[in-house]
Design a protein around this ligand. Structure first.
Ligand SMILES: *[C@@H]1O[C@H](CO)[C@@H](O)[C@H](O)[C@H]1NC(C)=O
Ligand SMILES: *[C@@H]1O[C@H](CO)[C@@H](O)[C@H](O)[C@H]1NC(C)=O
Ligand SMILES: *[C@@H]1O[C@H](CO)[C@@H](O)[C@H](O)[C@H]1NC(C)=O
Ligand SMILES: *[C@@H]1O[C@H](CO)[C@@H](O)[C@H](O)[C@H]1NC(C)=O
Ligand SMILES: *[C@@H]1O[C@H](CO)[C@@H](O)[C@H](O)[C@H]1NC(C)=O
Ligand SMILES: *[C@@H]1O[C@H](CO)[C@@H](O)[C@H](O)[C@H]1NC(C)=O
Ligand SMILES: *[C@@H]1O[C@H](CO)[C@@H](O)[C@H](O)[C@H]1NC(C)=O
Length: 406
């Protein structure tokens, strides 16, 4: 089972070429030097004094010459607006009466407007569930017969203020469907844990995505909800704004190193434009246990992004408020797990992490362990060549001396 998972993810059986090893080796060092930057990060829940309380979380990360704003909200489907500005003084301005109105355009602004270098948004529109009972092909798309999806616009959410943790710079949106006639979420919830960072580091839990002060991590966890079938696979539908007529693409990066996420040799990356721009990145792995490990790793599949004009997506008021009534939405599905192997059904638990950021995406250098192995592997033949060369040289010298005596 484990073998087949490795196989479908990547490199299981092909040995990387020496040239590739060398390029990876050469490029690992300079990238490793980046990400030393620190930021002053603050998390603020923006209250609506005048009306119904809604979760609006503002993460502000201030650097020497720039400010990043991550604005998360469960108003409508869960969404985040990310904005990068070239000043340490930019601020967020919220007009609640406009934001909550049917025409929220302009209800959310980052000022001054001309300091904005990049902005985009992600909207988590629906929780998908598929019956994979009769699916034997682990790469099948979709991975089974879909059940009616749960629209995240129809979820009720916890009070984000209660989950705010300034020590870890994190907060958790925890929700369940408002109408739940079959009581599948009677004991369950879908949680989005959002975390910002003041400096570059790596969490203790797999997939241990390397983060920087320019990024924000999202950990999605489905816990305790009753699946509608014996072999239910879950997924998330995610929408974003295209930067032009085309949708952003998801790129796959491969590595020979799986020290931080065992058996995962791939990193998926959504880039909104040519670098440096905004990005989302994730390892194509989810976990069916907490803490995650090799045994509970589930392969993830991301579909390509498609223009979302063809079908109605739940609309996010904060996205509309910031961007106006744009219609260049693109959407993709991420599905977690395969019909065989570990799954949500084991413990009714599933978690998946994603990193969201601006600038150059963090690139994993090779881990010390792999560098050590490479040094030995590259070193042994090198040493043999050197010794061989010396021997030849000496032999040649001896031979020529012999010749000359003769
Ligand atoms: C959320 O919690 C905060 C602080 O505990 C409180 O002031 C606020 O009224 C709460 N909001 C709701 C909707 O209960
Ligand atoms: C910040 O901006 C100033 C002036 O524009 C520039 O000299 C300095 O190098 C910048 N610092 C960083 C860290 O980018
Ligand atoms: C907020 O929006 C409302 C409705 O568009 C407008 O009447 C009001 O002046 C705005 N408030 C501020 C402080 O701009
Ligand atoms: C799976 O296959 C069996 C036998 O072919 C069939 O009876 C059943 O309806 C199928 N289930 C689904 C969900 O397609
Ligand atoms: C929810 O949990 C309680 C207590 O653990 C259990 O009795 C009940 O059957 C569960 N309900 C569902 C829908 O799983
Ligand atoms: C789930 O499995 C149980 C026991 O193996 C079986 O009785 C039941 O019919 C299955 N349910 C579905 C929806 O396949
Ligand atoms: C995601 O999956 C659902 C259920 O199969 C489907 O209706 C929807 O069109 C898919 N969306 C994308 C963007 O592929």
């Amino acid at each position: 089972m484990r073998g087949s998972v490795e196989h479908s993810w990547g490199w299981g059986h092909c040995a990387p070429s020496p040239l590739l090893l060398l390029t990876l080796f050469l490029f690992a060092a300079p990238f490793g030097l980046l990400g030393e930057k620190t930021r002053q990060v603050s998390l603020e829940v923006i209250p609506n004094w005048l009306g119904p309380v809604q979760n609006l979380l503002h993460i502000r990360a201030v650097g020497t010459n720039s400010t990043l704003h991550y604005i998360w909200s469960s108003l409508g489907p869960l969404a985040v607006v990310l904005v990068a500005t070239n000043t340490p003084h930019s601020t967020l301005s919220v007009n609640w009466s406009r934001l909550l109105s049917p025409e929220p355009d302009g209800g959310l602004m980052v000022l001054p407007k001309d300091s904005i270098q990049f902005s985009s948004a992600l909207v988590f529109t629906r929780l998908l569930e598929f019956d994979s009972t009769n699916v034997s092909d682990t790469a099948a798309k979709p991975p089974g017969t879909p059940y009616p999806p749960y629209s995240l616009a129809d979820f009720s959410w916890n009070n984000i203020t209660d989950s705010l943790d300034p020590a870890t710079l994190s907060a958790t949106f925890q929700g369940h469907p408002m109408n739940d006639p079959t009581r599948t979420f009677a004991n369950g919830s879908l949680a989005f844990r959002v975390q910002a960072f003041s400096r570059s580091s790596r969490p203790a839990q797999p997939p241990r995505l390397l983060h920087t002060a320019d990024t924000c991590q999202l950990e999605v966890a489905l816990v305790g909800a009753s699946p509608r079938g014996n072999r239910s696979l879950f997924g998330l539908e995610v929408a974003t704004l295209g930067q032009g007529p085309d949708c952003p693409s998801v790129q796959e990066q491969h590595s020979i190193d799986d020290e931080y996420a065992p058996a995962v040799f791939q990193l998926d990356q959504l880039l909104w434009g040519s670098l440096p721009s905004g990005f989302a990145q994730w390892r194509p792995v989810a976990y069916s246990q907490k803490p995650g490990g090799r045994e509970s790793a589930l392969p993830c599949q991301a579909s390509p992004l498609h223009p979302a004009l063809a079908y109605p997506l739940p609309q996010s008021p904060i996205v509309r408020a910031f961007f106006g009534s744009q219609n260049n939405f693109c959407a993709f599905n991420v599905t977690f797990g395969a019909s065989t192997g570990p799954g949500y059904w084991d413990q009714h638990y599933l978690s998946w992490s994603m990193l969201l950021g601006v600038g150059f995406p963090p690139v994993d250098g090779l881990s010390p362990l792999v560098l050590g192995i490479m040094a030995v592997a590259l070193g042994a033949p090198g040493l043999m060549l050197l010794v061989g060369g010396l021997v030849l040289l000496l032999y040649h010298k001896k031979y020529s001396e012999y010749q000359s005596i003769n």
